[in-house]
Write a protein that binds this ligand. Structure first.
Ligand code: ZN
Length: 75
């Protein structure tokens, strides 16, 4: 069996989203888990430049909005 590898996945699927890393400007595709809640925030290290980003996920009907902010010392 030949299985396709490295297929580009459209970012508009509702179980995947993408954000642009604020530090390096790369578009990062991430898996999303709708079961985790309507609105999600979590910190993830950029796989390209390893800088931490705060990922925001908002579900609007079946579409997820995903964006990122650099992690900051806010306290
Ligand atoms: Zn980055």
């Amino acid at each position: 069996m030949d299985e396709p590898t490295d297929d580009p996945v459209p970012a508009s699927l509702d179980n995947e989203g993408s954000y642009v890393c604020d530090n390096c400007g790369e578009e990062i595709v991430i898996p999303l888990d709708p079961a985790e809640g309507h609105s999600q925030n979590y910190v993830e290290d950029c796989p390209v430049c390893c800088s931490p980003n705060v990922i925001h996920v908002d579900w609007d009907d079946n579409e997820a909005r995903v964006w990122a902010e650099p992690e900051q010392d806010r306290f």
